[in-house]
Design a binder for this molecule. Structure first.
Ligand code: HEC
Ligand code: HEC
Length: 225
């Protein structure tokens, strides 16, 4: 019994030791791999990171009703260590996607600088472009963020394209202008069973109430613009 725990202890030390040098060693390498020019470093802020990474690459699953929510600065900051671990060490996130070298560099340096909310160069955060009840805005803020992983020409949802023409002419009656309650699109977004879109079983968050209300309003207004 004694020998056993002694052995485990030694084994533990070896493992901790290896881990430590690995993470430390790779951090230094990673500062090289992800180095950014000084002017880019000084523009890093929460707003820039949200626009470049958290909104397009994470909130389809880490939104409103998801696991961890990345829709606000406070929530991102609370999870920084886990973000670093899953993106850079375990490389398990983003699930079903990837970050470009530039995106990884922004994220790596922003976290290492202590995740500043404001940029060092004094630039204010980019003004978010609000979601409004037009196809163009809904496509940009909702379909391209939460649906495009599957609703694209080679994805699992390819038989249901989400361009305006296809939505308006779908045999599934996805849009009945003026009648959001009977429009298939609204029904699919608002239902709470396993047929909800985007699909919970694949890790996706339900759309926000704001997104659902805006799509309703667009259809209510005749789905014209
Ligand atoms: C396609 C869906 C999807 C996307 C996109 C996605 N995630 Fe996740 N993420 C999940 C799911 C599901 C879990 C929980 C289960 C798991 O760990 O697989 C999770 C868990 C996590 C966790 C917690 C891990 C833990 O150990 O508790 C972190 C941190 C995380 N994701 C970060 C990110 C970041 C950062 C992005 C964007 C760069 C991202 N994820 C994009 C689906 C996703
Ligand atoms: C993880 C993949 C995935 C994501 C993300 C996803 N879908 Fe789907 N969706 C599918 C698949 C698969 C089908 C079934 C396609 C088929 O029957 O050929 C489908 C079907 C649909 C349908 C038709 C359902 C019916 O009534 O028959 C609609 C509408 C739809 N999706 C809308 C959306 C919208 C809007 C989003 C984003 C807010 C979204 N989906 C996100 C995979 C996805």
């Amino acid at each position: 019994m004694r020998l056993h725990s002694g052995l485990l202890f030694t084994l533990g030390l070896i493992l901790v030791g290896c881990n430590y040098t690995n993470i430390k060693g790779s951090s230094e390498d990673m500062n090289q791999v992800f180095s950014l020019p000084a002017d880019k470093m000084s523009e890093l802020s929460y707003g820039v990171l949200a626009e470049k990474i958290f909104i397009p690459k994470c909130i389809s699953c880490h939104g409103n009703a998801g696991n961890i929510n990345f829709e606000s600065y406070g929530e991102v900051v609370r999870n920084l260590a886990l973000i670093k671990k899953t993106v850079f060490i375990e490389k398990t996130m983003p699930k079903k996607g990837s970050l470009s070298q530039e995106e990884l560099s922004y994220l790596w340096n922003w976290i290492n600088m202590g995740a500043p909310e404001q940029a060092q160069n004094g630039n204010s955060n980019p003004q978010p472009d609000p979601l409004i009840a037009t196809y163009e805005s809904i496509n940009k803020h909702v379909f391209q963020v939460s649906c495009k992983d599957c609703h694209n020409p080679t994805g699992s949802g390819k038989r249901v394209p989400l361009d305006k023409e296809s939505l308006l002419n779908s045999p599934l009656e996805l849009i009945i202008p003026g009648n959001p309650d009977e429009s298939g699109l609204v029904i699919d977004l608002e239902r709470t069973d396993d047929k909800r879109m985007p699909p919970a079983k694949e890790g996706y968050s339900a759309l926000s109430d704001e997104a659902k209300a805006t799509i309703r309003k667009w259809i209510e207004n005749g789905a014209k613009d």
